[in-house]
Design a protein around this ligand. Sequence first.
Ligand SMILES: [Zn+2]
Length: 272
Amino acid sequence: MPELPEVETVVRGLRSQIVGETIDRVEILHPTLIVQGDRKAFLDRLLERTIHDVTRRAKFLCFHLSPRGYLLGHLRMTGKFVVTETELSLDKHQRVRFRFQSGRWMVFSDVRCFGTLEVLDTLEESPALANLGLEPLSSKFTPDSLRNPFQRTSRNIKSMLLDQRVVVGIGNIYASEILYRIGVHPERPAQQIRSKERKQLVATTKFVLQEAIAMNGTSISDFRRVDDKTGEFQDFLRVYGKDGSPCPTCGTPIQRIVQQQRSSFFCPACQQ
Ligand SMILES: [Zn+2]
């Protein structure tokens, strides 16, 4: 599932390719991914609008339209956007196709069909955006910002890192990588995270996410950039998906456990 670096990679790719494009045709090939409003309202609010920016909030992609409105997208498990110079031949995973006045196309494909697209007049009207936590790469994400959330919970550190109301965009891959790098066991209660570890956690989170963005994200299974190339951060993972392999630091076999139905990977010797 794409996490913050993968969504940011898609957003940057789209921004470099489609800002200034005006939508002149929209083909809805699979209506269930359109949330709120009917198909006609969706089309009416997109046709002849110009895309003047593409940004990210948490794992949402936000297309800023001119003269007004927003297209809000979420990739969920397997959604992807591809921009092409000419019309792509149809395949069964294409869900919505946008043709621009320039003759170029943007196609939203989604194998599993959990992705969503929604047209909004203002971002405030989206319930999905209302209760999101801090952006980890923003200046507001500080060791202090985690003090109360960690103190007031009986949950473990892994589940706090994955909680989008606390901090957004971190999923299984980056949570495992961040906790490994700071030597904290994924089952440690968040309450027991010391102040020095909170500082390391924040600094390492920013560092790992920025490194992953610089490498165009992690392509484990489906993730592709808008030019359909893969990311490269999978070559730099230290623990994620590596159960049974030796820890890069101490050689102990990496372990996999399941927390909240999701895999965590860690070194039982290096992480306490
Ligand atoms: Zn180790």
